[in-house]
Every structure is written in C-alpha cells, then in structure tokens.
Design a protein around this ligand. Structure first.
Ligand code: HC1
Length: 582
C-alpha cells in the first residue's frame, strides 16, 4: 500500500506497523522496548510519530499503517516528545555510565547522545533505592538501572515459557520482580540469560568471574587451563569489533595464550567425547528397551527447566554430563595424571556463550574429579574442588582482552594445545540448533550399522525452525528424531511425552534461540541477523574440517585407550555421567 513518510510517498506492506513500515524503507525510528516478534508492550514512548489527522502522537510500534497515511517521524512535536520521554527515564536512572557493565553498549546511553540530551532536566521521583538481586549464580539484576521496557519479561514468558520475572507494583512502585520478590536464584529461572541479551541497559548482566580468573592467572602455584565452547569462536570476533559471525578460532587461541592461560584447550574435544558416550547410551537404550525418547542433556538451562517444570520426565534425559563438565572432569583426572600435576593446583576456566554454564559448574554433583582423587590423595573435605572452577561468557572474555590491551584483529592464528584440543566437524556444530543431533547421527549410524556414512550432512535437522523432525534410516531401521530450540518449544515436545503421543526415539533440546550461538552470554546484539551469520560460520567450519565424525577423533581414541577404557564404562560412569534433581 502507498503511504507518505516525511513528505515522501513510499510503498509498504499491508498490516505493517508504522515502525515496521518506516524501517522497511530505511527510516530509523528509535525505541527502547520493542523487540521484533517478541515484545510490543509500547512502554517506553520513544517511538512516537506524528500522523496527520490524529489527535495525539502515536506509538509507532503498535499502530498499523492505513492507506494514504501521512506520517512524520521527525516533526518538531514528535522529536520533542521523544526527547522528553527519554529525559523522564533518565530522572530515575543512575548516572554511573562510566563504571556500568554496558558502558559503550547501552541503548539508553546511545539514544541520550543521539537526541542531544546534555543535562539531567528532571529530578528523581523514586524515593526508595532499589536493591540489587544477586541471588543467582548466573545473573545479577540491578533494578535501579531498569527502565521498565518489559523486554526481559517478554522473552522469559513468550520465548522461553518460564515466567520467572514479571512486572509488580503500580506507578512509582512499578518494578520487574520475581515471585514474592525472592530473587532469581530462588525461583524457577533457567539461567538462560536471554533477558540480559535484550536488556537495553545494564539492569541484567551476567554474574562476572573476571576478577577471580585474573587472580588465578596471577597465582604462580596454579596451572590455569582454559576450554572454549563451540559457539564462542563465531561470537568473540564480534565483541572485538569484527563483522557478525566472524570465525576466529586461531586468533581466539592466540589471545587466550596472551592472557596467560597455561594451556588452551577446546570444549569441542569434550563434545566429541559426549557423542561417544551419548551415542552409546542411545543405542543401549534402544537395544535393551530403555526409556525412550532419550533427550540430550548438554544445555544447562534446559536441565533446570525440566527439573523445575517436568520432574516426572527426568528419566528421559541422557545421563551424560555436558561437554563443559566432561572437559573439567577429564582435565583434573586424565590430564592431571598424564602430566603429573596435582589436581588441587589445576584451575579450569571455561569460555561459554552461555550464562547457565556458571550455574551448571556449581551444581553440587559436578565434582567427579574430587571424588576420583579423594581416596588416592587422602583429600580432606575442606580441599573440595569442582571440575570447572570458573565459567565466563563470551562477553567476559572480550572484557579480559580489552583490559589486557590485546589487539585481537592483529593476532596470528594459533592452534589448541594437546591432548584435549583436537576436535571434529561434528563437535563444532554443537553450537547450532540441530548440531548435537547431527553429530550423534553421524556416529550412531556407523556404530549401529557397521558401515561407512558417506554423506555426513543431515540437513533436515539444520535451520532455525522452532521444532524440526526427521526420519533417519539406519540401514533399514528407521528412527524418528526431533530437535527443539527455546524452552517453549521444548515444552511442546515434553507435553507429547507426558501424553504418551511422542513418536520420537531421540530428541535434542537447546535452551536458546538458534542453539548456543544465540546464547545469553554472547555479544550484544544477538538477534536474527547475528544468529544467521554465526550459524553460517559454524557449518562452514564443519565443512572444512579434516575429520567430521566424533569417533574418528584420534584424541578420543587415545583417551579411551589410555584412561577411560570403554564408553559407558566404570570411569565414564563416575566422571562423565550424572543424575538430576527433582
Ligand atoms: Fe554449548 Fe555445549 S554446545 S551447551 O551450546 O554441548 O554454552 O557453544 O559449550 O557444554 O560443546 C554452550 C556452545 C557448549 C557444552 C558443547
């Protein structure tokens, strides 16, 4: 349809909102609350425009265009109102931008600058000082910095179906809160961190462990090992100013060495290990009439979700620990033995695209290595250690690079250390929704049929569709599999299992949209465009790997020969598998 924007006739899609119509013809209307396909609660009032014939200014994010509409996005009245609305938000907003986590990447700060606001015109209206919520192992909420845009509430309820946070109070007492105001760590929050990704300010951030990691790196008595998740290599470049989805594995390794890590290892190695254990677990369940469908267990937000909301279905989860945790357990046992290092002196740091990994690392049962050594080294209880000591997000790693003056884009490409650094194409695709399933199928096919799989690309489980399903032919035996990303979609598959209508044998669930590449610890912005670019890089990386099946990774063969002995064996049981909590 034809409408007129800023005195220019333009063709726009019927049914579009004014905001969408403006953006479709390259006219930017700012907003602090709108989130495409998720949040349209029109709370910030920043996107107001003037429409000829309308009595008042209209919020462009919720007003549909009509034929012949005459819109002005930059009339003096619209611009003045936009400015006043931002000034009102600033009245109650702390002025500590210089020391805020989001300094330089804050939508409110950017807009304040863009609108030419140079002074604080309105006085604070809120009487009380709101208290930080530091109850979560993954996230910190600072309600003083909250502008009540509602994006966090929208992603938590609409995208994830979790509803851990919501608006409470009225007027000046309005705030985002948890059930009984008890704090994120005490409610059914999955720790996914999607709220932190969409927050326009610094009101929700990851709980940072950067200073603890610096302290460990400066401790001469410690060997500090670092592992990097599949999706970090396609995210960290963005945080260092490179194009969306840049694949920077080699520079990332070089940068980590320059930060002082003793060894730079790859979570992808542990992803290959997961496939061996999980693939064998699946085949064992199929052959022995075990609980099916079996569901993947590497995404900790998903584990928290099923524990909180569907505890009766926990038997469907694979007992495999996630690759992050498998890595920690073998680093402090296999690697410690191989190198003769006292496990008490090993610090394992992981770099993850995920905020829930922080919570996962501190789950009480994630201390397999401590129990492995307890008898042998006569360890006292107060010497207790976890398999993974610190889990940092991609954003925290970027902060460490910045703090230490690493000039990321000029770094040479370096290789991971051995023996926990070799990995396959199957491992890197863990970072995208459908990747764990595809990696598992590459191995399951060969183990089950004893034949070589020539085309390793299971394209039917790729892509960003909410739930994907496929029939996989294992040499005559057809198994039905499904893949879901976001917890809301996972909930749909769980309801089928609950009702006895699930047709699947194996299900992959990833907490975040797009899988880990869209994780809550990834650079901001993380949106449809960035997710798309990161996925392209992940599949490019897989395509160009010399080895693309987990069971062909020579370091995996070696760890079974030298240490684990066999998949699902005694050591695997203690170090690589876990249990869940109702
Ligand atoms: Fe993931 Fe995983 S793929 S959960 O998305 O299984 O975070 O990247 O590291 O552990 O390997 C995240 C990513 C990650 C684990 C692996």
């Amino acid at each position: 349809m034809e409408i007129n924007i800023n005195n220019r006739p333009v063709q726009v899609a019927e049914g579009a909102t004014i905001l969408e119509a403006c953006r479709s013809v390259g006219i930017e209307v700012p907003t602090l609350c709108y989130l495409k396909d998720v949040s349209q609660n029109a709370s910030c009032g920043v996107c107001v425009v003037e429409v000829k014939g309308a009595k008042s200014l209209l919020r462009s994010c919720i007003t549909q265009v009509t034929e012949g509409m005459e819109i002005s996005t930059n009339s003096p009245r619209a611009m003045q109102a936009r400015k006043v609305n931002v000034e009102l938000l600033l009245a109650n907003h702390p002025q500590d931008c210089l020391i805020c986590d989001r300094n330089g990447n804050c939508e409110l700060q950017e807009l304040t600058h863009a609108l030419g606001i140079s002074a604080r015109r309105f006085v604070r209206t809120r009487k009380e000082q709101l208290v930080k919520d530091e109850t979560s192992l993954s996230l910190v909420r600072d309600p003083e910095k909250c502008i009540l845009c509602g994006r966090c509430v929208a992603v938590c309820s609409q995208m994830q179906g979790v509803k851990a946070i919501d608006f409470s109070g009225r007027g000046l007492k309005s705030k985002i809160s948890t059930f009984l105001d008890s704090g994120l760590g005490l409610v059914a929050c999955s720790n996914c961190g999607q709220c932190a990704l969409v927050c326009p300010t610094g009101a929700i951030t990851e709980r940072s462990s950067v200073s603890e990691v610096w302290a460990a790196l400066q401790d001469p008595g410690k060997i500090v090992l670092v592992q990097t998740a599949p999706a970090v290599r396609v995210g960290i470049g963005e945080a260092m100013g490179m194009p969306y989805g840049s694949l920077v594995t080699g520079q990332m390794v070089a940068g980590l060495r320059r930060l002082g890590f003793s060894k730079v290892f790859d979570t992808n190695f542990a992803a290959d290990l997961t496939i061996i254990e999980e693939g064998n677990e699946l085949l064992h369940r199929i052959r022995t009439g075990g609980e099916l469908p079996m569901i993947t267990s590497c995404s900790p937000g998903w584990i928290k979700f099923i524990e909180d909301f569907y505890p009766g279905l926990l038997r469907h989860l694979s007992t495999c620990k996630s690759p992050q945790q498998m890595f920690g357990a073998v680093a402090k046992t296999y690697y410690a033995e191989k190198t003769g290092v006292d496990p008490r002196n090993i610090v394992v740091v992981s770099i993850m695209p995920c905020t829930a990994k922080k919570y996962e690392a501190k789950r009480p049962e994630m201390d397999g290595a401590f129990h492995y050594w307890k008898e042998k080294l006569k360890l006292k209880d107060e010497e207790h250690f976890f398999d993974v000591d610190f889990s940092l997000t991609t954003r925290e790693l970027a902060r460490m690079f910045s703090e230490s003056g690493v000039n990321f884009s000029s770094l040479p490409e370096e290789r991971f250390d051995s023996p926990l650094g070799e990995s396959t194409g199957a491992a890197v695709i863990f970072g995208a929704t459908g990747g764990v399933m595809e990696a598992a199928l590459r191995t399951a096919y060969e183990v089950y049929t004893g034949k070589t799989l020539h085309d390793v690309n299971f394209t039917s489980v790729r892509g960003f569709q909410g739930i994907k399903e496929a029939d996989v032919n294992l040499n005559g035996t057809v198994i039905k599999v499904a893949v879901a990303h976001t917890l809301k979609n996972a909930g749909i598959l769980l309801e089928q299992i609950k009702n006895g209508t699930s047709p699947y044998v194996f299900i992959e669930v990833m907490t975040c949209p797009g899988g880990c590449l869209g994780g809550g610890g990834q650079p901001i912005p993380t949106n449809a465009e960035t997710r798309e670019k990161r996925a392209e890089s992940i599949y490019y990386d897989d395509d160009h790997k010399a080895i693309r099946k987990s069971h062909e990774n020579p370091e995996i063969t070696a760890i079974y020969a030298d240490f684990l002995e066999k998949p699902l064996g005694e050591k695997s049981h203690h170090l690589l598998h876990t249990h869940y909590m109702k």
